[in-house]
Write a protein of this length. Structure first.
Length: 344
């Protein structure tokens, strides 16, 4: 019978062999030691010719690093995701980290916790949370589908920093006019129609980049979003002014994609426009906040708003539709409230 014992901050597994001999090995975690001991017992049974039940060893190879798992994940799993390009960038950045270039048998929760603390000194909490979600899933896939790592996931069960509060940044009318003017004057001609469409309808950046000419019907004044983040398509109705902007843009561009630019080209053009307009702390995704809040103030019901923005849950929509204090004050002042009279 195999035995486990703790030696300092490491675990030693001892497995008895034939003729009174034993074999021992030390690991950074108890789970790794147990898995190795099981694999050794299985090998001993096979050598002795004893009939055993089906058993697949999950003892990791000392030479395999976590970077090897990341590279395979990048090749086989990431391309199936909608955010594959963003994930590719994140994985390539992780591959330069010392932690992932360690052997699988050396990675323990202690090392992972130290990596978490070090990263929190370099980046924001949300970045660390996203990295750990990815690293946790890589280990899970490597265990469940590839059989390359033991069951115990060193990226699970650790304290994670609190997520940042949901952003509520929108543009004032004066800021919007400055940004719109900067986009019109930008050398990247695609920026202005993309900015206008996102501000009016709340289309996500990925939805804009995936939009094709066949998705537009400017005669009826609508467009179809076929590949959204939620996995459901929807129809977005356009104002006459937005229809004119798109019609003029299509005369300049004859590509299959309505906006033939990369995510990097759009990011660069947008950041330059923000600098030119003198606007701080604003992201492209905040345009969805602007659109949802503007449509809510126009009187659209929650169900109508969800149809436009593509949200599947009301709780998600509430994070985007931030009514202005001016609008709320006007609505409350216009209510027919019953007069309260004192009984004395």
């Amino acid at each position: 019978m195999a035995s486990l014992r703790k030696r300092g901050d490491r675990w030693q597994a001892r497995v008895p062999l034939a003729h009174g001999k034993t074999v021992a090995k030390t690991f950074p975690s108890k789970q790794l030691a147990r898995d190795w001991a099981l694999s050794q017992q299985y090998e001993n049974l096979k050598t002795d010719g004893v009939k055993t039940q089906s058993f697949q060893s999950q003892a990791p190879s000392d030479s395999k690093t976590f970077a090897d798992l990341l590279k395979r994940y990048l090749k086989e799993v990431s391309p199936q995701k909608k955010g594959s390009e963003v994930e590719r960038i994140r994985i390539e950045a992780l591959l330069r980290r010392e932690l992932v270039n360690s052997s699988i048998v050396e990675i323990s929760s202690i090392h992972v916790a130290a990596y978490r603390d070090a990263r929190l000194k370099e980046v924001k909490a949300d970045t660390v949370r996203r990295e750990f979600n990815l690293l946790r899933h890589v280990w899970s896939v490597a265990h469940q589908e590839w059989g390359l790592v033991p069951k115990g996931n060193p990226f699970e069960g650790l304290r994670m920093p609190k997520a940042s509060p949901h952003r509520e940044r929108t543009l004032s009318q004066e800021e919007w006019q400055r940004l719109k003017k900067a986009a019109q004057q930008a050398p990247q001609r695609f920026l202005f129609p993309m900015l206008m469409l996102s501000y009016e309808s709340g289309l996500r950046r990925s939805e804009l980049l995936n939009l094709r000419r066949t998705d537009l019907d400017l005669t009826r004044g609508d467009l179809k979003v076929r590949d959204s983040k939620s996995g459901f398509g929807r129809t977005v109705f356009l104002s006459p002014a937005m229809g004119d902007i798109l019609n003029h843009w299509l005369l300049e561009n004859d590509k299959v994609n309505v906006f033939p630019c990369s995510i990097y080209g759009l990011r660069y053009a947008f950041e330059r426009a923000l600098i030119s307009a003198g606007i701080d702390d604003f992201r492209w995704h905040d345009l969805r906040h602007c659109a949802a809040s503007r449509l809510a103030e126009a009187g659209l019901s929650p169900l109508e708003l969800m149809a436009v923005t593509g949200h599947r849950q009301l709780s998600s929509l509430q994070r985007y539709a931030h009514l202005s204090s001016r609008h709320l004050r006007q609505r409350v002042a216009g209510l027919n409230m019953p007069s309260w009279r004192t009984p004395f």
